[in-house]
Ligand binder design. Structure first.
Ligand code: M6R
Length: 609
């Protein structure tokens, strides 16, 4: 949802801005731009499309300056065009603004500013900020920005520069992420950590309503009232290499291959020597955990699918009823939440606007909220009562892969903890599950070791396939849903997931020889039923691609392509079964020539509602 960056320091400004934007491009790639302050004026370069267009323009016509700000856009207000690209100037061209978020009252502000004589050049909500700051500027840019933010409704992360001040960037935020990397004799403002890592690992996290004045040697922060405040500082452990491709063609492929590590790290240290599951992040006594009567999971997209896996696990192991809700629905539906409800908010980024709003809604209604996130210091970590981190490392590919399997690993731990506190699983049963979990990283490695069948299969569906169905039963349903989401988001092939038993109630009408059916048919309670469903679709001409258990030679009779995964307990199938479906989507998208890391219309973290 847009990436912003600002640099002040001795390095060549455009190099720092463009490199920072490259690390933020996953947040949006409809257009990109920079504004650089030089000897009393601002030079702006903006281009539609990918960052490479902007990089080409700057290479052709270099821009010099002492400080600058940059932006990579995911369009919300106004189509992707050069006029709508950031940075946005005021009437005088002496103020430049980059923004991530949505100014909800921009129409009203725009009318007010136009009536006062301001001329707008774009259709964006952001341009109102430039003119508002201009109208409030009386020689102190930080104060003008602070006063302007008091008039803004909605969300913003802002970086603002003025031609009169060749050494200062003003940064402000509310409900959109913004950090400041503190370097030696240089400082860098950014939407996310990867953009600053080349320069520093010391991070200052701005809070809602705060305004920072950033020079090369200092960072001073005031709150919404203008009073000085001290901000929390963090040291980032992971290095730049973790946020780079490391020899893989794409981030997505690299991240798929990082799953053994992501799962292993997420499970690490979770089983005590005495056989008790370690989950101090719950911040509850065993009696309090045993007193949980209901669990509600809130999440979006891939995280929602991980939540659906948790439903099966928690209900089966801990005998606690679980509801799983899409965050954007939960927050508006007057949910029934009480003091005995544990709300689990799953969000890779920790910044998804609807999930954050749902967390607030749940806490206001008296529930305890446990967040599962991958991003240390993200918004959700400040709003939840407890946090479980998935230790998957940074995920740059827009399509979630390693964070999905890591989320499921974290949810296994939570489900076991609940079952142990409630006494619904015996110590031997807990130990049995744990041994199975410990084997998962090795199993994923085996799946990743042989991708020949997958590539062959993908090649066959790269042309002429416009639609597909994904089927599963029980714990295989969320896996099918996630497989369908992966395929549609990176290859643009329509993919619909269904519980296999529901096929006969409508979707079977879609079956033709041109609509392949992808099914999760691993060994388990409903295996025979899924095989029957496969026979039904094949009888109607469908070709089938089936994820099956190694050693199942019968399944070849019901499938054009079999993607084998090593045998595990049925409850642990989601992690191994997800991997071939991620790879299938990946290879089909690559064969079609799609950009798998930056699919059209998407952005990595959805910080607008
Ligand atoms: O950061 P979050 O987990 O809250 O993000 C939720 C969804 O936006 C995300 O999973 C999205 O669906 C991905 N593109 C899936 O690949």
């Amino acid at each position: 949802m847009c990436g912003i960056v600002g640099y002040v320091g001795p390095k060549r400004v455009t190099d720092v801005l463009l490199a920072g934007l490259a690390r933020l491009e996953y947040r949006g790639y409809d257009s990109a731009g920079i504004a650089v302050v030089h000897e009393g004026s601002i030079e702006t370069v903006r281009r539609v499309g990918k960052l490479s267009h902007l990089i080409g323009a700057v290479a052709e016509d270099p821009v010099e300056g002492s400080i600058g700000i940059g932006h990579t856009r995911w369009a919300t207000h106004g189509r992707p065009s050069e006029e709508n690209a950031h940075p946005h100037a005021d009437c005088t061209g002496r103020i430049a603004v980059v923004h991530n978020g949505i100014i909800e009252n921009y129409t009203e502000l725009r009318e007010e500013l136009q009536a006062a004589g301001h001329t707008f050049r774009s259709e964006t909500d952001t341009e109102t900020v430039s003119h508002l700051v201009e109208s409030l500027y009386a020689g102190d840019l930080a104060e003008a920005v602070r006063l302007a933010t008091r008039r803004l409704h909605g969300s913003y992360a802002l970086a603002v520069v003025h031609a009169d001040d060749t050494g200062t960037i003003i940064a402000a935020r509310r409900d959109s992420p913004l950090i400041i990397g503190e370097g030696a004799g240089e400082n860098i403002v950014a939407s996310d950590i990867p953009a600053v890592l080349e320069h520093t690992r010391e991070i200052l996290v701005l809070e809602d309503g705060q305004v920072a004045t950033v020079t090369a040697d200092s960072i001073s922060v005031v709150d919404a009232e203008g009073l000085p405040v001290t901000c929390e500082r963090m040291h980032v452990e992971w290095d730049l290499e973790a946020a780079e491709k490391g020899g893989y063609e794409d981030f997505m492929l690299k991240e798929i291959h990082e799953q053994p590590k992501a799962v292993r790290e997420t499970l690490r240290g979770r089983m005590g020597e005495d056989g008790t599951v370690q989950l101090s992040e719950l911040a509850m006594t065993t009696e309090e955990v045993a007193g949980i009567r209901r669990v509600i999971v809130i999440a979006c997209g891939t995280s929602y699918h991980a939540g659906l896996v948790a439903k099966t696990l928690v209900e089966q192991w801990a005998r606690v009823p679980v509801e799983v809700d899409v965050s954007s629905e939960f927050r508006y539906r007057d949910p029934i939440v009480g003091g005995d409800t544990l709300v689990v908010a799953i969000t890779q980024s920790g910044e998804t606007a609807d999930t954050l709003a749902s967390v607030r809604e749940a806490r206001d209604r008296g529930a305890k909220v446990l967040a599962i996130t991958n991003v240390v210091g993200s918004r959700v970590t400040r709003e939840a009562d407890g946090v479980i981190y998935t230790h998957a490392g940074p995920e740059i590919g827009v399509a979630a892969t390693k964070t999905f399997t890591a989320q499921i690993a974290a949810l296994y731990v939570l489900a076991l903890k609940l079952a142990q506190a409630k006494g619904t699983l015996s110590p031997a049963q807990v130990q049995h599950v744990w041994s199975g979990l410990m084997a998962l990283p090795g199993i994923i490695e085996r799946i990743l070791g042989d991708q020949g069948a997958l590539q062959e299969c993908a090649d066959q569906y790269k042309d002429g396939c416009l639609s597909s169905l994904f089927l599963g039963r029980g714990i295989g349903v969320p896996v099918a849903m996630e497989g369908a989401l992966k395929l549609k988001e990176i290859s643009y092939i329509h993919a619909e997931a269904y519980p296999a038993g529901e096929m006969k109630h409508g979707p079977i009408a879609l079956i033709t020889p041109h609509v392949p059916v992808v099914a999760v048919a691993t060994k388990g309670r409903t295996y025979d039923k899924v095989v029957s469903n496969l026979q039904e679709v094949r009888a109607r001409g469908a070709e089938t691609i089936v994820v099956a258990t190694e050693g199942d030679t019968e399944i070849v009779k019901h499938a054009e392509h079999v993607l084998y995964v090593p045998e595990t307990d049925e409850d642990l199938v989601p992690i191994p079964a997800a991997v071939p479906l991620q790879l299938l989507a990946y290879y089909i998208a690559k064969a079609k020539g799609c950009n798998v890391d930056q699919p059209r219309n998407l952005a990595k973290s959805v910080t607008v509602e």
